[in-house]
Structure formats: C-alpha cells, structure tokens
Write a protein that binds this ligand. Structure first.
Ligand code: SF4
Length: 122
C-alpha cells in the first residue's frame, strides 16, 4: 500500500509517497528533497504528531478566555482527549504569557501554556 502526503517540515511542501508494508511498516519514501522530509514522512505514517491550539477559561480576568497551545506537538490520536482536559481547565488572573495551564498533559511530557496574557478584573 502507498500513502501520498505533503511534507510540511518546511515551506517547500514536497509531495512524498510512502510505501507501507505489514503493520504499517515503512518500506520506502520517495519524493522528499531532503532527509528531514524522510523523517517527517516516516513519523506521519507511524506516529503522527500535531501542535494543539485552543483557549482556556480565565477566573477573575478582564477577558473570559486566554489562548493556549501545546509547548510541543502531541500524538495526533490523543488530540480529542487533550481537548477534553483543556476545555475543563481554568487559569487564575492575572495570567502571563507562558503560564503552564496543564502540566504534562496525558503523560505526554508536553505542557499546555498560554500564548496571551489576561489581567485581573479591578
Ligand atoms: S522534503 Fe525537505 S525540502 Fe521538501 S518540504 Fe520536506 S523538508 Fe522541505
């Protein structure tokens, strides 16, 4: 079986074809222009990762929500479970940029951090 993907490891966006064997074992990678593309293609077919962005409720802030993101990509298959935890999370105002809202989400070793700030209500 082959899988056609677009490499997003750089803005070139090379079309890459990955040949997969039993149990999704990667047999070959074609179309990549560099080693980084091969690494991306193998990861995408064996353990795809995604950066996660969302918002979290702010307790006592001038705004009801603050934007957050994962400090690093998390496994794609955990995205829904991560979102449930993020949706239930709350940060106290004042919240500075880079505040850890959820530490080590789902044991991935990745923190969810704020990408904006929110002052407290006067
Ligand atoms: S294969 Fe290499 S050059 Fe092509 S998009 Fe991926 S990283 Fe960029």
């Amino acid at each position: 079986m082959t899988r056609d993907i677009i490499c997003t490891a750089c803005p070139m966006g090379c079309p890459v074809t990955v040949e997969l064997g039993e149990n999704n074992a990667v047999l070959s990678v074609r179309g990549n222009q560099c080693k980084r593309g091969e690494k991306y293609a193998v990861a995408e077919c064996t353990n795809p990762m995604r950066s996660l962005t969302s918002t979290v409720k702010v307790k006592g802030g001038v705004n009801p929500l603050v934007p957050v993101r994962s400090a690093k990509p998390v496994p794609k298959h955990l995205m829904l479970e991560c979102m449930k935890i993020i949706n239930a999370a709350e940060v106290a105002a004042p919240a500075a940029i880079g505040t850890v809202v959820v530490e080590n989400i789902l044991g991935t070793g990745v923190d969810i951090i704020t990408t904006g700030s929110c002052p407290a209500k006067e």
